[in-house]
Structure formats: structure tokens, C-alpha cells
Design a protein around this ligand. Sequence first.
Ligand code: 28F
Length: 647
Amino acid sequence: MAENTEKVIDTQTNETQTYDESQIQVMEGLEAVRKRPGMYIGSTSVRGLCHLVYEIVDNAIDEALAGYCKNIYVTIEKGNIVTVEDDGRGIPTGIHPKMGISTLEVVYTILHAGGKFGGSGYKISGGLHGVGASVVNALSDWLTVEVYNGREIHFQSYKYGKPDAPVAVTGTTDKHGTKCRFHADPGIFETTEYEYETLLQRMREQAFLTAGVRIVFTDERGDEPVVNEMHYEGGIKDFVRYINEKRTNEVLHDTIYLSAKTGDSLAEVALQYSASYNELILSFANNIHTVDGGMHEQGFKQALTKVINDYARKYKFIKEADPNLMGEDVREGLTAVISVKLPEPQFEGQTKTKLGNSEMRSAVDALISDKLAAYLEENPAIARTIMDKSMTAQRAREAAKRARDLTRRKSLLASASLPGKLADCQERDPELTEIYIVEGDSAGGSAKDGRERRFQAILPLWGKMLNVEKARVDKIYENDKLQPVILALGTGIGAEFDITKLRYGKVIIMADADVDGSHIRTLLLTFFYRYMRPLVEQGHVYLAQAPLYKITKGKSEYYANNDEELEKLLAEVGQDCKIFRYKGLGEMNPEQLWETTMNPKNRTILKVNLEDAVLADQIFNVLMGDKVEPRREFIEANAKYVENLDV
Ligand code: 28F
């Protein structure tokens, strides 16, 4: 027997198989992925399921970034079968020099080094063809791939990542490209049902980041196919325009687009100010969203602040003796997309979404320092608008500082450094504590009585609070509804926010399932998103789910959170029982509130996670912004997702 071979009894066929080295490597790779899929795609929830599509589409995008592919067709067929096809060069099918098998088979069966989700994962960065394909293959119960090289069609199929047969020529063609079809393994994933909207956001983002590529995304699962074609010649300039079109505030000038090549790296920035008070800066490296920022984003921020201060002083917008504009002043109302492409990106941090390459800080800094300064010189009217906006922001920040100091002095004077309404818990370790922010005094009262005071704090909120989407930071501190929340959580807000000062591990919003409750939830979430964003990003914010129905049969009591659960319960309990529909939290006595909504053993709380920064920004801005029309459209478009809306 050749060296490095292994006798293995194949349990399905009971045959003795002899595997050579590469096949053993394949088997070990498949086994590693199927044993711990979370290491490779983050989770086996619907988010992990979507990652399968992202990996294959990323490979087609890489072919577009290399300049060979113009069109990418993504389709979800009936049965949640995914097809991705591009018109690139086609994966090479020649025998791989090292592995002795077709390169196509190598791409789809050999795990590559490097780790995106830590450990022995695989994909470190975009720009490396096909590194994710073998993972998708391992996690699919079946997958087929076709390569068109302008002459023949090369084909291979797999079951659970294992080739059914060697790569074969199955026909002739004059087209070129790669086509992959796969079905996620139901034995691995909690669900194999794709969310079209989630995937659509990502396809759109990739189209913006790859100027000129055309992505056609089709959902064939319904009676009528749903098709979205995305094609943006303007790239990230169109991305910024798209984001600001979806927001309700008017823009102050046309989008500014700047780019520069340094060596074999490319840095691009698109930016546009609007009348909003918020900033939205998205940064990408090789089309990967660097959620935690990094060197490119640092370079952008430091250069922007310097360029605007230099211009403001040069043209006497700020006098010699006046203090400099701060970073948050020059970024108020700014929407910006930073996109860098480089051969050897270093991704750092827990989720590998922070760019570590220090050369990119100077590259983006130089781009902004040279080209934005020149742009302002050539466009004095736009420059003036940006100066005015930054200076107004500076005055507001200073007013906020005065308001905050005043608040602090007042609260210190009142010596109640925590809001009077807060019923605090005994435990001090934030890892073990949670705070319920409860709508209404009556529910607040029952929650105080019903809670487990060792680790549960209660902060009742009464009436509507400030809509922060339309308010400036100085108004936030003065607001008597938000102030108790700020003081109770202890972190401060905005640029001052410090997550290490958070006093509770879980911040649970408890409000009725009716329209008022939804409004309170949205107001609080808008506040957290705009002024305490890491609180949401790090998964501290939850929504309590109070039951809608109580079913009693004899002595036993059951609860259902929605109509679906009620149906299931009635099927189990039988029809001869009493059904009580709760109108609000206030109708529950402390014991019921504890049992159904607060007892960690059987309550339901939903963790709020911001999947997509652009989407979250749109939702808060449209829902809470000052234009009614876009809000009505948004609510109508999303009404189908809303259950039991009391109107
Ligand atoms: C179905 C999704 O996967 N498209 C792809 C290519 C093209 C090349 C390639 C891919 C192994 C490691 C080199 C062709 N000719 N769409 C796709 N298109 N992979 S994946 O090469 C992978 C080789 O690196 C390709 C010349 N160079 C590269």
C-alpha cells in the first residue's frame, strides 16, 4: 500500500475504502466543519444559514473585484435551494500541482488556513477565491458546481461535502463562469428557510462596494418570483446617496467622492452631510464590513477633524482664541462610507471585524488631507455649509455640557445620585443583575412587588418620553423622562458613554404589546441606538414578552404569548377551559407578572441585535424622524411582520 494511506470501513456501504493523503485531509476538514459549524459560519441559526450564501457570493464578488465578472445571478429556488452563477473566468479545472486532483475539487473540498471566526476557521479576508466554498459544501446535504471555460462544462456533485465522483466534462458551452447550487443540511441548521430581505441588504451592500457589477437576486419560492437587480456605477458614492435618500432629513450638498491608489492598495471615501444630528460612518476592507472600525476609520476621522479646523481657521469661521472643533462636532449629520482594498488585510478583535493595517491609517489620512481640503477650496459654498453645521454642533455640545454639569450638581445636591423612582437590587455585580424599564406606574408597582429584589431592579417610566431622533444632545440631558434612565444605567451617553460603568448586565424593556407599548419600546430603542449604541451592539438590551392569554382549566393555569402559542396550548389542554386575554401589564398582579414575565426560569425575553447598521439607521430615522410620508410607507411595507397590533 502507498505510504500515508488509511483503511477505513465506509459505514454506509460497508466497503473497505483506501484513502490517500488528500482524501484524508478532505475527511478531516469536513469532520471539523460539521462538528463545530459555529467556528466557521458563526452559528447554525438563520444568520449562519445566510453566511452560506455570503460565502459563495463573496467568491463571485472576488472574481468581479479581479475585473473578470460583470454579472452575478443569485436565486432562491423552491425548497430553499440556492443558486449562484457568475460570468467570470470559471474556477480552474486543471490538476492541482500539490493535491493531484482538479483545482475545482480542491476549492470545494479542502479547508483553507486562517480563521474568520477564530480557531481553525478559514476565510480571513475577501480577495482569496473560493476559501469559503469548502465550508458551504460540508454544511450542505448536497451541492453541485459547474464551470464554463468557453469550451466545455466541467461538473462535480457532492453529498455532505464528499464528492460523488471525480470532476467530469458533461457538455460543451461557449459561455464562461462558475455556477454553484446547494441545499443547506437540515441536520445542521435550526432552519433552512432563507430570509429574502436579509440577503437582499447584503447583496445591495456588495453591489455598492463593487462599482459596476450587476447582481440579480430572485426569490422563486412564492407564486410570483420576486426579482431585485442591483447595479451601481457610482459605487460607494451611490451607497451614501442611497442611505441619505432613505433618511428623512434633507441633504446639505451633493455627495463628495474621493479616492487614491497607494501601491497595490485602493482607498475610497464617499461623504455627505444632512440636517440630521446623527452620524453614520460605515467602513469596509475588501468588501468586508469592519463593524469595529480600525486603522482606515481612524485615519478618516483624524484627517476630517484636522481639515475642517484648518479651513475654519483659515477663513475665520473660528477666531484665533476659540477652541478647536471636536471630532463629534465635525461628524454631526455626516453619512460616510470608507472602503479600502488591499492584498494582505489584518482583521483583529473578537469578531475579526477591525482593520489592523497601520498603513491604511496614513493612506486614508493622506486622501482626506489632500483631496477633501482641495474640494473645500474649490467649493466654498459647500464648505460654508459644513462649517456652519460643525459650529452649531459645537455650541450645542457646549450647551449640553453645561446642562449635564447642572444636572449633576442638582442630583448631587439632591444627594440621590440615582433616580428616586428606581427600585434598585441588592446584588452589585453587573454580570448578575438586570433592570426592568417598565412602562406605566401600575405595572411598575406590580413589578416592584413581584420581582426578585436580590438581582432585579425596576425603573418605572411614565408617559411618552423625548423622541431623540429629532432632538439635539443638550435636550437629552434636560429631559426628565430620559434622565432617570441615564442615571440608573450609569454609563453616560454619546461621546462620554463608557460601557464599563454599566450597572446591570441586562436592560429589559417591559411595555404592553399594544401600540403605546410599541411606541415606548421604539423611543427607548432609538435612544439606546443613538446615544448608547455599544449597549445594543454588545447584546445588553432585551424586550420582555408579557403573555397575551391566560388559560385556566381546573386548578392549572397556562400562559400564551401570542395567537400561535394559544392554538398549540388549546390543542394540548383541550377546549373545555377558560381563556382570558390580557389588555396590559397593569392587569397582572405581582405573582402573575413574576411567573409569566420576570422569572428567568420560564419568562421569554428577546435580545435586541442590530444586524445591519444601515437598516437600523433607516428604521430609527424613518420611524422616528420628522417626515410622516416615509413613516407611513415603512409601516405599511412592514405591517405583515407585525402580530397582534391593537388598533
Ligand atoms: C458560484 C460563485 O465561485 N466564482 C469564482 C473563480 C475564478 C478563479 C478562481 C474562483 C484556487 C485558489 C486560485 C480563474 N482563473 N462564483 C465563484 N471564480 N476561483 S471562484 O481561482 C481559484 C484558484 O486561488 C480563477 C484564474 N484565476 C482564478
